[in-house]
Unconditional design. Structure first.
Length: 267
């Protein structure tokens, strides 16, 4: 393994840090819809729904729900203003940090061009990164005919890319082309399934590329050293540091990206 002392790996595993904790955070309406779907289909991740709209949160299912900016929006949403979404998320930083505490990998999902998703997602990603979590972002671009939302989306994606280690942009225009003659509702369901596939493949790949090699390394070390006394003295190595050291997050991006139709991806 690359630059990781075996003693550190053994110490880490001895403390139970084997399976990385993955949190999927959906910001705004589109993000909430995705985590609602993931909640039922992927048992390996913890889902978190973040919104300024209390009614939307009440109508979806997630492991954790965070209503942000109630004093600002009175639970009625950001009304399409990303600066409001950003302000609300900014005010909730400490609460968001407590919700995401202990996460090794955080995947932030949001539709771009609206208020809460566009404004809050970069703040959530920044909070996650501040907790030393490996941070991914999945941004859904609006349709090209939505000119006003397009400009807003570009700024939101720019901010996400400045914070998240990897940002994946999915295109609604390409979704419509691929979906063919179906309703808008069904088109968005296809998008949700594509994102579901991305995350499912990603979590599987993390287990294959990160956890399995670590287990093999520990087994080899245990065979080589009859005594494991070193476990009581070694420094621990957080799962996130393992991933970073192994460059696993780069490998995972390449591996799981194929789970969504490549034509949905922004070039």
């Amino acid at each position: 393994m690359m630059n990781i002392k075996r003693e550190q790996i053994v110490a880490t595993l001895s403390k139970g840090l084997v399976e990385p904790k993955i949190s999927v955070v959906g910001c705004g309406g589109a993000g909430n819809n995705v985590v609602n779907s993931i909640y039922w289909s992927n048992k390996k991740v913890e889902t978190v729904a973040v919104n300024t709209d209390e009614t939307k949160l009440d109508n979806i299912v997630a492991h954790k729900k965070v209503l942000i900016g109630k004093d600002v929006t009175h639970g009625e949403g950001a009304k399409g203003f990303p600066e409001v979404g950003e302000q609300c998320a900014d005010m909730a930083r400490s609460h968001l940090a407590s919700v995401l505490k202990g996460s090794d990998i955080v995947i932030v999902i949001a539709g771009m061009g609206g208020g809460t998703g566009t404004g809050a997602a970069p703040v959530v990603a920044e909070v996650a990164k501040g907790l030393n979590a490996v941070t991914f972002a999945i941004a859904i671009n609006p349709f090209s005919h939505e000119r006003g939302r397009q400009d807003t989306a570009k700024e939101g994606i720019r901010k996400l890319r400045n914070v998240a280690e990897h940002t994946i942009v999915l295109e609604n225009d390409r979704l419509l082309q691929l979906a063919g003659d179906v309703s808008i509702t069904e088109s968005f369901a296809i998008m949700e399934r594509s994102i579901n596939g991305l995350i499912d493949s990603m979590t599987h790949q993390i287990s294959e590329d990160v956890v399995a090699p670590i287990r093999e390394e520990v087994d080899a070390y245990m065979r080589e050293r009859a005594s494991v006394e070193i476990v009581n003295h070694a420094n621990t190595l957080p799962v996130t540091q393992m991933i970073s050291t192994l460059d696993a997050h780069k490998t995972v991006e390449i591996s799981f990206i194929s789970s969504a139709d490549p034509q949905l991806l922004s070039r």
